[in-house]
Design a protein. Structure first.
Length: 382
């Protein structure tokens, strides 16, 4: 990995303070700059032929700009930037983008950033010093060198014949462009897939990735694609749910996918599931495992005051009482049975009824009423 340690202007100088303010304004404009990059590169014949999804281009541009500006500021790199160059290089190599085209696209990204940097300086009446220009050029060249090294490492790890070609064909499944029937037939024939068979998909994140790559990286039955923040694996389904249980790890699983045409959507679902899995799962999660957590996060955006009401009102109780009432309510929500709840918690059924009533008195939501129970179940999901 290339080391980034360019010389910066004296941090105490007026020039350095003006430089810092310009870069901070530039940080706030990253989404606009990323959109400009996507618009420009979408018109470039030398890149558009590789059919890179616009969402992929936008995310990559955003992460690149965030990383570059952080380095110009001398600030800690954003957490999401960890491994950014390696992920980008691997993904583009899989998608069949040649190194010269990738570096050309990266320079376009930087050119957009530099033009806006100069425009902000002009608007503020600030003259950029020579050492600022040197800092920018040094940082850009270091970034380009690191990307070149990462791409070459990725190219070595791919079989320059069969594996690379297989990866390129797999990547075509995940283009933003709608897949035609001819596309599906072409992809299926090249990968040896049965067009109308059932498939299963895993989106692995975190610690699950190395173990799955070790286990399935050379398995001809398993197809692998490097997504932005996960590794996607899919294969023809044999026994429903078996792969989910035998693979194990952190991420999302979707089975019973109907045909090759259904794989791209199933991957999106698996990636969404992966965003909501517990920190230490035993097996890969399904929609059924995470729907309440996903719903709670969605409601927190749409109905923030309403969705927080139950948790906030419960905080008014003493901790010992709150713990007992939450334990009782969660157990009751699993079965809807006072009898089973009392048996599992080793307490009298009247105690269960009393605790459920206390929950209602405090929150205004009754766990025994289905409409209220839905809100409670979602609000208490972790």
């Amino acid at each position: 990995m290339t080391s980034f340690s360019p010389i910066r202007p004296d941090a105490g100088s007026d020039a350095a303070r003006g430089w810092s303010e310009i870069l901070q304004q530039l940080q706030g404009e990253i989404p606009m700059l990323a959109d400009e990059f996507v618009d420009e590169i979408s018109d470039k014949d030398w890149y558009v032929q590789y059919r890179i999804a616009s969402s992929d281009l936008r995310t990559t541009a955003t992460e690149t700009l965030e990383l570059h500006i952080a380095r110009l500021l001398g600030a800690p790199e954003p957490p999401q930037s960890l491994g950014h160059l390696e992920r980008l290089a691997t993904r583009r190599a899989q998608q069949g983008v040649p190194l010269p085209s990738l570096l050309r696209a990266m320079r376009l990204d930087f050119r957009i950033l530099l033009h806006r940097l100069q425009a902000i300086a002009d608007e503020a009446g600030v003259t950029l010093a020579a050492d600022h220009a040197t800092l920018v050029l040094d940082t850009v060249e270091a970034h380009i060198d690191a990307l070149r090294d990462a791409y070459q490492d990725a190219a070595i790890s791919l079989d320059v014949h069969s594996d690379e070609y297989r990866s390129r064909i797999v990547a075509r499944l995940f283009s933003d462009d709608p897949l035609t029937e001819n596309d599906i037939d072409f992809i299926s024939s090249r990968l040896g897939l049965r067009t109308h068979a059932n498939y299963e998909v895993i989106a692995a994140v975190g610690d699950a990735i190395p173990s799955l790559m070790k286990r399935y990286g050379t398995d001809e039955r398993v197809f692998i694609f490097q997504s932005m923040h996960a590794v996607v694996l899919f294969r023809e389904q044999a026994v429903p749910g078996k792969w989910r249980r035998e693979a194990g790890g952190r991420g999302g699983y979707v089975g019973d996918v109907s045909g090759v045409a259904g794989i791209p959507h199933a991957v999106q679902v698996a990636l969404e599931i992966a965003q909501h899995v517990p920190s230490k799962p035993i097996i890969f999660a399904t929609e059924r495992d995470v729907w309440a957590t996903a719903a709670r996060k969605h409601m927190a955006r749409v109905f923030p005051r309403h969705s927080a009401h139950i948790r906030n009102t419960l905080q008014e109780l003493p901790e010992s009482d709150r713990s007992l009432i939450l334990e009782c309510t969660r157990e009751y929500m699993r079965t809807g049975s006072v009898k089973v709840t009392s048996e599992r918690l080793y307490c009298h059924r009247n105690t269960v009824i009393k605790r459920l009533k206390t929950f209602f008195d405090v929150t205004g939501y009754d766990p025994t009423v289905p409409r209220d129970a839905a809100w409670i179940y979602i609000s208490l999901s972790s």
